[in-house]
Design a protein around this ligand. Structure first.
Ligand code: ADP
Ligand code: ASP
Ligand code: MG
Length: 439
């Protein structure tokens, strides 16, 4: 069994969806095709939900109508027989009727999740209409029937395995399964999701649950590049990564992979391949449990970082101080990315500042607290780079004159992380591209 996940741009146009069908039926190996929403749809749904939350019903209605027009145009090119068009129209009617009904309901967080789920529900059902028109056999596996997260928003892999296994069994003999990425049910049984970009995570969870031979992530670029191609000129694809390297890159901001998407595949040793739908013959990136050759592979950056500094003379020689600091972050379910300490101060970074006011209040009892928002973590990732003595030298000499607020070195053998002001990120990435990769 092979998993093929196609992202938003890979299903973003009718012709792209046709190509997805071609790729998914190119060989006889059984597969589960995991689809994202058509590109732009989730953003449009977020905007609609925000308008509703603000009580701007007319604006929300206009946005829903504009989205519906886009989809009417989409299906006119996707399918051609009267029967298929009728089915596609029925799909649109069902989901846009839902969106119009919610205009009359008061907004809630649960409703927001229902709204966001419409994108993947639409893309998969429309894709199936096309498969049917082409006379291709398939089974649609509703992700809401097997993808589960617990009360801490953690995927429940054992439950997913049991539920998905039963569904696959029910359709034994079918070689092509289609399901939604991103969406799931939470511990309360409500529709929920795996956060933005979560279809990669869905694919990896499904790969682990189904014991897949490979998890293919099909996107719009030839695999993981050595640096962020949206920000940096001259980047190159990386052909091999270990799970550890890919997990660090995903976690520290390489947008091609959802931050948590590597662990399920890694835990079940399912190779992950990053491939390009626009250039299916390109090599892409292969990610496995094998160690790669030592050296830097890629640089990633994580935005929206806040640094918190706690200064206390009481810290001097006081054991238990760090524990008390960590307990406060733990209590507020806020994870720490970087940490540095001195005799009198500790600095940590967080990427989720939603509980910051409460955290600061409690930290205030331990010492003097200061906060720097608008920071970015830049991570240089590669097999054993932390034991390469020349690497730090290259990093620092290429960043001469840039203020580096924190350095994390040695925590992981494969990662050197730097904290810089967000407005310096582009310059830092570009300079490191030259200093570390000679590009
Ligand atoms: P999809 O919709 O297929 O999930 P995404 O937009 O989420 O695609 O991810 C692919 C994009 O990630 C690329 O188009 C690229 O702009 C961006 N990206 C950021 N960092 C990297 C990187 N290091 N290597 C490749 N792509 C990257
Ligand atoms: N459609 C969702 C998003 O745009 C999930 C995904 O594409 O991976 O975030
Ligand atoms: Mg993505």
């Amino acid at each position: 069994m092979k998993i093929m996940k196609f992202g938003g741009t890979s299903v973003g146009k009718p012709a792209r969806m046709h190509e997805v069908a071609r790729l998914a039926t190119a060989d006889k190996e059984p597969k589960i095709v995991v689809l994202s929403a058509v590109s732009g749809t989730t953003n449009a749904l977020v905007a609609i939900s925000q308008k509703l939350a603000l009580g701007e019903r007319d604006a929300a209605r206009l946005a829903i109508d504009a989205l519906e027009t886009q989809y009417q145009n989409f299906i006119a090119e996707l399918v051609h027989t009267d029967a298929a068009l009728e089915k596609a129209r029925a799909v649109l009617q069902e989901h846009f009727e839902f969106l119009h009904i919610i205009l009359r309901i008061s907004w809630s967080e649960a409703l927001n999740k229902d709204i966001l789920a419409q994108g993947e529900l639409l893309s998969t059902k429309l894709f199936c209409t096309y498969l049917e028109e082409q006379g291709l056999r398939y089974a649609l596996l509703p992700a809401l029937d097997f993808m589960r997260i617990d009360e801490h928003e953690e995927p429940q892999l054992d439950t997913i395995r049991t539920l998905l296994g039963a569904m696959l069994q029910q359709h034994a003999g079918t070689g092509l399964f289609v399901t939604q990425g991103f969406i799931c049910r939470n511990a309360r049984g409500e529709v929920d999701n795996l956060k933005r970009g979560g279809s990669d995570y869905s694919a990896s969870l499904i790969a682990a649950a189904a014991g897949a031979s490979v998890c293919e992530i099909w996107t719009d670029i030839n695999g993981m590049h050595n640096n962020d191609p949206r920000v940096v000129d001259r980047t190159l694809p990386v052909s091999r990564l270990s799970f550890d390297e890919a997990a660090e890159l995903a976690y520290f901001g390489a947008k091609i992979l959802h931050p948590a998407s590597i662990w399920p595949a890694q835990q079940h040793n399912v190779p992950v391949k990053l491939l390009n739908t626009m250039d299916p013959g390109a090599e892409g990136t292969l990610i496995t449990g094998d160690a790669t050759a030592p050296g830097a592979k890629a640089i990633a950056a994580k935005d929206g970082i806040t640094a918190v500094n706690i200064k206390s003379s009481r810290m001097l020689l006081a054991y238990g101080f760090l524990r008390r600091v960590f307990e406060i972050f733990e209590k507020h379910r806020t994870s720490i990315d970087m940490i540095t300490t001195s005799e009198v101060a500790v600095s940590v970074t967080i990427d989720n500042a939603s509980a910051l006011p409460a955290i600061l209040e409690e930290l205030g009892a331990l010492g003097t607290v200061s906060v720097d928002g608008d920071q970015a973590i830049v991570s240089i990732v590669g097999q054993e780079i932390a034991s390469d003595t020349s690497m730090l030298q290259r990093v620092f000499s290429s960043l001469e004159g840039v203020e580096i607020r924190m350095v994390s070195y040695g925590g992981s053998l494969h990662n050197i992380s730097l904290l810089v002001a967000a407005d310096k990120k582009k310059d830092v990435l570009q300079r490191l591209n030259k200093g570390v990769f000679g590009l």
